[in-house]
Design a protein around this ligand. Structure first.
Ligand SMILES: *Cc1c(COP(=O)(O)O)cnc(C)c1O
Length: 427
């Protein structure tokens, strides 16, 4: 399978040269920062066709990340759900346990080629911070991670991981002391020294070129999956399902299939405690168009255009915006955006663990949850491919504490899936 790694980056004809995906995307930033972003765009355009860069990226994808990640047929899950066959693209098996390392290595390699000394970024729950600190350690660059004081307290293991990896964790004490404030602080720090540092954004969001660049670095997921799926089954999947926070793992797998109109694409947003409550982060389902963090897209915002507080059981999904290409794909009807609640995600978390021995991240569990529902509406010969964006080790303690299994006897291992789910108690 070694040749599933392309020594080229899968780019598409979008965005246009100013970073527009139809009416979305672009760049809404102060003039000083625009100059800096133009330099990043120029450097990126040079490296995407530079054989030495592509050789190094490809080497690290294979020998460091462990690519290609397998495509796996979830036979027991399929049989217990009934309906379409469910396949998984195993991004949880990457080094560091999720898809984020794919774009972090690309971004840090770019930083190095541009002669930067330091990479900086914001982090919420710490997943992006850890992935970037990993890539910075690998490639020998300094790394500053801006993190809200509240998040630092909540996410102690990831703070320790970043420190062990040699990153500096910068505590942000303004505002709500969470992700949005960390983004603001990191942008300010970037403006102060755009020569020695570069801001590495954690998803397909932010001003041009980040939505394009992060998508391109993630496109390896779709390129591999397409080839692997054809080899395994002789056809393309009928549907692809991925969870959407900022939207990078979804764009990574979708990008290779956008022109295959027979392949239905589903993005799954977090419906939290319900779409009719304020406790969700279903941006495309419930939001409206606006500008946040330098780009135009769907947002969850108040009448003044201020981002609303958002919520999901999966901290990697609770962002009030979404990548501009997703807004575009929604508008043209190419991707169907759906949602899954906390409870549905937890059931999928337990379900996949028990039926396949694979513990998914709570983020990825949203995609699994929707795929389970979708499978039941499709005939047995149909095939669904789920992007399993990460592993769930980080979520185990939280789930056991808040959604414990009650009166479950291991002898019931052989009994039905629905019965098993009835043992999951919500606190
Ligand atoms: C961060 C994260 C996500 C959400 O980010 P996207 O940019 O929407 O992909 C999804 N899954 C996992 C495992 C994550 O860590």
């Amino acid at each position: 399978m070694q040749n599933a790694i392309t020594k080229e980056i899968n780019t598409t004809n979008l965005p246009d040269k100013d970073g527009n995906f139809g009416e979305f995307g672009g760049s809404f930033i102060p003039p000083q920062l625009q100059k800096v972003m133009d330099d990043v765009t120029k450097a990126y355009e040079e490296i995407v066709t530079d054989p030495a860069f592509l050789e190094e990226l490809s080497y690290l994808q294979i020998h460091y990340i462990g690519r290609p990640s397998p495509v796996y047929f979830a036979k027991r899950l399929t049989e217990s759900v009934g309906g379409a066959q469910i396949y998984l693209k195993r991004e949880d098996l990457n080094h560091t346990g999720a898809h984020k390392i794919n774009h972090c290595i690309g971004e840090v390699l770019l930083a190095k080629k541009m002669g930067k000394k330091k990479v900086i970024a914001e982090t919420g729950a710490g997943q992006h911070g850890v992935a970037l600190a990993t890539a910075a350690a690998l490639l020998g660059l300094e790394c500053d991670i801006y993190m809200g004081a509240v998040d630092i307290k909540k996410e102690a293991p990831n703070v320790s991981r970043m420190k062990v990896l040699g990153a500096r964790v910068v505590e942000v004490t303004r505002g709500t002391q969470t992700l949005k404030d960390a983004v603001d602080a990191a942008f300010e720090a970037y403006l102060e020294d755009p020569i020695d540092q570069i801001y590495c954004i954690g998803s397909v969001v932010g001003p041009h070129p980040f939505p394009m660049m992060v998508r391109d670095f993630q496109s390896i997921v779709g390129v591999e999956a397409k080839k692997q799926f054809k080899e395994m089954t002789g056809t393309l999947p009928d549907a692809i399902v991925a969870c959407v926070g900022g939207g990078s793992n979804a764009m990574g797998i979708f990008s290779a299939f956008l022109d295959d109109k027979q392949v239905k694409l589903y993005g799954v947003e977090p419906a939290g405690k319900g779409l009719d409550t304020p406790f969700h982060a279903a941006t495309l389902t419930k939001g409206s168009v606006g500008i946040l963090h330098g780009f135009k897209s769907y947002l969850l915002q108040d009448e003044k255009g201020e981002a609303l507080p958002v919520y999901s059981i999966a901290s990697g999904l609770d962002y009030p915006g979404v990548g501009p290409q997703h807004s575009f794909l929604k508008t043209i009807g190419r991707v169907d955006y759906q949602s899954a609640t906390d409870r549905e995600a937890v059931e999928a978390f337990y379900g996949l663990s028990r039926m396949e021995g694979i513990i998914p991240a709570l983020e990825s569990s949203h995609a699994v949850a929707y795929a389970i529902k979708l499978a039941q509406t499709m005939p047995k010969e149909s095939k669904i491919l789920v992007n399993l964006s990460g592993r769930g080790d980080k979520d185990i303690d939280f789930v056991m504490e808040n959604y414990p299994l009650v009166d479950y006897e291991p002898e019931e291992q052989a009994t039905g899936f629905d019965e098993f789910l009835s043992h999951i108690k919500s606190k």
